[in-house]
Design a protein around this ligand. Structure first.
Ligand code: PKZ
Ligand code: FAD
Length: 663
């Protein structure tokens, strides 16, 4: 194994204008947190129990088994090592699982949070203790073959039987079968089942129920339960996403998770303070996806940037040595906006999590007034960040040329395992339209003279009237924030006006909404993008930032804002808020910023601090020794175990021989 550093990467690191460790500290919340992160990562990465053959060389069954085995070892070790803090667990598990998950990740991410959020103290005593100690394994069974988005339209029923004090669970139609829950296919023995509650023939909407689906003795399906794996998918090979059909399965009345609503023994329904509290787990996961989207984009851009410094191709000037491909400005234009976006969303993810934590503690104290804002913000930012990561990861893969298509790059697996974030936990458009719904309401309130707060406060401000011929400094973050604010406010206002005019033209509310939905989507996207830009700019007001770090982060913030502005220039030009000259100036600034960022590119991706073991990419190796490791990796491919594959004897040899004999 080569240990020397690729000379190009070495030079890149020596030329940086700042010490990457300073940015790493900023990203991870200070030296102590960073030290702990590294300690946990190296603990996991050096543990022989987590070493195994490359998953890319395995069948789906093998991947499932490997990740299950590894996941169990991971949980056992976290308990032994007393790793309990959220971030400690995050760093440790990320280092164990690399670009993948494991069959019990929905247990962690949704089953436990649902028990914590929806169960009474008594119910927690009964199930949460068992679930936290892995005496049972569960998942979150909401989506059905026929309905995922339309939660109110779910068809699974939980009918209360007052005689026996039980609920009778049924999936009465094929379309009611649960479909997709992670870990349900083969692993889980419990689910939180989201089902329509019926009492004396009347429906009371979707509620959560604890249901045992497999025997605790032999893991066989419980009576009345049909369960299995839904088959191979675009990615997520290690995960047994499952189907579930129920035929008159009876559970005790106590199995309804009843922190917020319940059914009394006589069948009286006690309603929750808000029906939307049932959706609490989804809000938590959406908030988390904002953060995880930034992390996957940071990984993709680390891989592509390092590789672009190692890779040399073509002649920029006749007769001159081949340049590093990162010296092509078009390559910088592929990568640097993604680098800037990774930083922007990293900081947005941190803000989203702190908004979530603050709001959920208020909700816990009974103040549900914060729920609409939390839902709207998390929905929009989840949709925006996952879509941005999707596009960015693909651009990074394309930026690696042919080698980007190989699993050795780590990029295909990163993409296929992360792209569900755009669909799962609320499809992109559906969630943006939820944000738009909140924006429309807020806009109406502001028109009626109410003062708005939180992420929509700007809607009650007076939007600056465009001034013809005004020249602006398009690098000024204040100017950029104002431009994004103006665009968002205008698009919200115009969508509201369009909605009203559709209704005035005779459409009912629903048809008018549908007819306006492209404008609504645009407004919600602009609102979410404004939040990201403003959040980035606000983080730069931190006076403790080192001046070299401040300079380079400011460039990234400017690049993120300018790139979004140029890409969506029509939005800023439509009402003459910006002029053609402003956009031209913005394009020039992008070029200048890219030139300034070029010497810092490697240091900026190094600052994300992904060790090779987590990056899991030959192209993105820290030492840049790509080609020798590509060859070594290819040699390990199962097709190379023998020089002549057995199929030669079976198929190719007789075929070729017969053809030769005919000549
Ligand atoms: C290293 C690699 C890492 C990679 C990392 C990748 C991660 C990759 C993930 C993998 C996978 C994970 C595991 C996936 C696990 C599932 O996917 S679990 C299933 C998730 N399912 C969904 O998200 C379904 C989406 N649908 C919904 O949430 C809702 O049904 C909808 C669309 C919001 C509509 O709900 P609805 O009840 O019909 O509501 P609607 O009539 O539109 O509105 C009614 C009111 O409720 C409000 N409301 C709706 N929802 C809420 C809410 N949640 N809170 C508060 N209010 C709400 C509305 O704002 C509205 O308010 P008003 O305007 O009336 O005041
Ligand atoms: C990898 C993965 C893991 C998952 N894990 C789980 C799990 O653990 N538990 C679980 O319960 N579920 C899980 N799901 C299911 C997931 O939550 C749903 O697939 C998701 O919410 C999208 O719903 P859908 O499939 O019904 O899409 P659909 O709603 O059918 O979307 C299809 C199209 O219709 C459009 N559309 C739908 N409604 C509207 C509307 N109102 N307005 C405008 N356009 C609309 C969408 O934009 C989309 O383009 C998982 C899914 C995946 C891919």
């Amino acid at each position: 194994m080569a240990t020397r550093m690729n000379p190009d990467l070495k030079k890149e690191r020596e030329s940086a204008s700042f010490d990457p460790e300073k940015i790493t500290n900023f990203l991870y919340g200070g030296p102590e947190k960073l030290r702990r992160k590294r300690e946990l990562e190296s603990l996991a990465l050096n543990d022989p129990d987590f070493q195994h053959e490359d998953l890319n060389f395995m069948s789906r069954e093998q991947q499932y088994e490997t990740q299950l085995k590894k996941g169990i070892a991971m949980i056992t070790k976290m308990k032994e090592l007393n790793i309990t803090d959220f971030w400690d667990q995050y760093y440790y598990t990320t280092a164990v699982l690399v670009s993948d998950g494991y069959p019990m990740s929905v247990h962690e991410r949704m089953f436990l949070p649902t028990l914590r959020g929806q169960a009474t103290e008594q119910q927690k005593e009964k199930w949460l203790k068992m679930a936290e100690n892995y005496a049972i394994v569960g998942t979150y069974a909401q989506t059905e073959i026929g309905h995922g988005t339309f939660v109110r339209g779910l068809e699974t029923t939980a009918t209360f039987d007052p005689k026996t004090q039980e609920f009778i669970l049924n999936t009465p139609t094929l379309s009611a079968s649960k479909w997709w829950p992670g870990g349900m296919g083969k692993t889980s023995n419990y689910v939180v089942l989201m089902a329509q509650l019926y009492i004396r023939g009347k429906s009371y909407g979707v509620h959560p129920f604890m249901l045992q689906i497999r025997s605790l003795e032999d893991h066989k399906p419980m009576p009345g339960v049909t369960v299995g794996d839904i088959g191979p998918k675009f990615g997520y090979d290690f995960m047994d996403n499952g189907f579930l059909a129920l035929n008159n399965v009876r559970i005790p009345r106590e199995n309804m998770l009843k922190k917020y609503s319940r059914v009394e023994p006589d069948g009286t329904y006690v309603k929750p303070p808000s029906t939307k509290l049932t959706y609490g787990t989804m809000v938590l996961v959406r908030a988390g996806i904002v953060m995880s989207s930034s992390r996957v984009l940071a990984r993709a851009v680390t891989i592509a940037t390092r590789y672009s410094c190692v890779r040399r191709q073509s002649e920029m000037k006749p007769g001159h040595p081949e340049p590093q491909v990162l010296d092509y400005v078009t390559q910088q234009y592929k990568l640097f906006p993604n680098l800037a976006a990774a930083y922007a969303f990293w900081l947005t993810g941190q803000t989203m999590m702190s908004v979530y934590n603050k709001s959920s503690s208020q909700i816990e104290k009974g103040d549900i007034s914060v729920l609409p804002e939390l839902h709207a913000l998390s929905a929009g930012l989840k949709a925006l960040s996952s879509a941005r990561a999707d596009v960015g990861m693909e651009e990074c893969r394309l930026a690696c040329g042919g080698h980007g298509y190989s699993h050795a790059s780590g990029l295909p697996r990163l993409y296929t395992n992360s792209t569900p974030a755009a669909t799962a936990e609320g499809e992109h458009v559906v969630l943006m339209l939820q944000t738009a719904r909140y924006l429309m309401k807020s806009y109406t309130q502001s028109v009626q003279g109410e003062k708005l707060a939180g992420s929509v406060a700007y809607l009650s401000g007076v939007q600056p009237v465009p001034v013809a011929g005004r020249t602006r400094n398009m690098l000024d973050l204040g100017v950029l924030c104002d431009a994004y604010e103006h665009r968002a406010a205008r698009l919200v206002r115009e969508a509201a006006e369009q909605l009203r005019s559709e209704m005035q033209a005779g459409k009912d509310q629903a048809d008018a909404w549908n007819a306006t939905s492209v404008d609504l989507l645009k407004a919600a996207t602009a609102h979410s993008q404004y939040f990201v830009v403003r959040n980035f700019a606000e983080r730069l007001t931190d006076t403790t930032l080192d001046s070299s770090v401040f300079a380079v982060l400011t460039r990234l913030c400017q690049l993120y804002a300018l790139h979004g502005l140029v890409t969506n220039s029509g939005d800023f030009l439509e009402d003459d808020y910006l002029t053609g000259a402003d956009i031209r100036q913005a394009r020039r600034h992008i070029n200048t910023l890219m030139a300034k960022l070029r010497p810092d590119a490697v240091a900026l991706v190094d600052a994300f601090d992904y060790p090779d073991g987590i990056l899991n990419s030959i192209l993105g190796r820290y030492d840049g020794n790509v080609y020798e490791h590509l060859l070594e990796w290819a040699k390990a491919s199962p097709l190379n175990i023998t020089d002549v594959h057995q199929s030669y004897q079976k198929y190719l040899k007789p075929f070729l021989q017969a053809n030769r004999a005919k000549l």
